[in-house]
Write a protein that binds this ligand. Structure first.
Ligand code: PEP
Length: 254
């Protein structure tokens, strides 16, 4: 299966900086220095979506997504951004449930559930991020937390067309203690969590175990190859190390 290499630029880069980085990525894709069995995804800040989408428009197997959205088409939701606006900016995917949105911005399980269905019903691809905090892991709650995050967002989707679920859904397993901390999860942690996620995706009413599961958390050019070699790791979601085009491209070649 094609490995997915996704960049989450978070609240970094002005529009011109984002455009420059996207152009560097596009040039590498055009010169065939990214392996053809890689799918690339870039999630810039909202204001940079149009320039990044434009820069990557002609690149095969390359997708642009938004880091957030509000699940209504329009209305009195001050400060929010809708999917039609994001589509108009050239993006077709969204991140949902990133730990920074769960833990810093206070997004609830029910909002994440609503956003997941809403995006899929509006023809957007969804990368659903899940992961446990250090305290939860130390308290032996890994399975309970991943199960709750997956079940609340995905089990209600059984009525959606199989084709939608097959092409428009990815999971990113990102242990919160490994995000932006430099502490990459060990091989055994990743193997355990990814096997668990695949298993938990077999809901009684719908089997979603075919959905790609990416690992995220302090991925760098130096550890990407090893992470990609692990069972059930279908790709990588990269924050800090994706901000420099060269690092992101090195990871894509890992
Ligand atoms: C992320 O924000 O999704 C992430 C994995 O960040 P970092 O690579 O910086 O740990």
């Amino acid at each position: 299966m094609s490995k997915i290499i996704a960049a989450n630029w978070k609240m970094h880069k002005t529009r011109s900086e984002a455009e420059q980085t996207a152009k560097e990525i596009a040039a590498a894709i055009r010169s065939a220095s990214v392996p053809q069995d890689r799918t690339l995804m870039v999630f810039p800040a909202f204001l940079s979506l149009p320039v990044v989408a434009q820069a990557l428009k002609e690149c095969p197997k390359t997708f642009v997504g938004a880091q957030n959205f509000y699940p209504k088409d329009q209305g009195a939701f001050t400060g929010e951004v809708s999917l039609p606006m994001i589509k108009d900016a050239g993006a077709s995917w969204v991140l949902i449930g990133h730990s920074e949105r769960r833990h810093i911005l206070g997004e609830s399980l029910s909002l994440i559930c609503e956003k997941t269905r809403y995006a899929l019903e509006h023809d957007f691809g969804v990368m659903l991020c899940i992961g446990e905090t250090l305290v939860e892991r130390e308290e032996g709650k890994l399975k309970a937390i991943l199960s709750e995050q997956l079940k609340t967002a995905l089990a209600p989707l059984a009525d959606l067309p199989k084709a939608t679920l097959a092409t428009s859904l990815m999971i990113a397993y990102e242990p919160v203690w490994a995000i932006g901390t430099g502490k990459v999860a060990g091989d055994s942690d990743v193997l355990e969590a990814h096997a668990l996620v695949k298993d938990l995706l077999r809901f009684p009413n719908i089997d979603l175990s075919f959905v790609p599961v990416l690992y995220g958390g302090s991925v760098k050019p130096g550890n990407a190859k090893q992470l990609l070699s692990l069972a059930n790791v279908d790709g990588l979601l990269i924050g800090g190390a994706s901000l420099e085009a060269e690092n992101f491209l090195q990871i894509s070649r890992a």
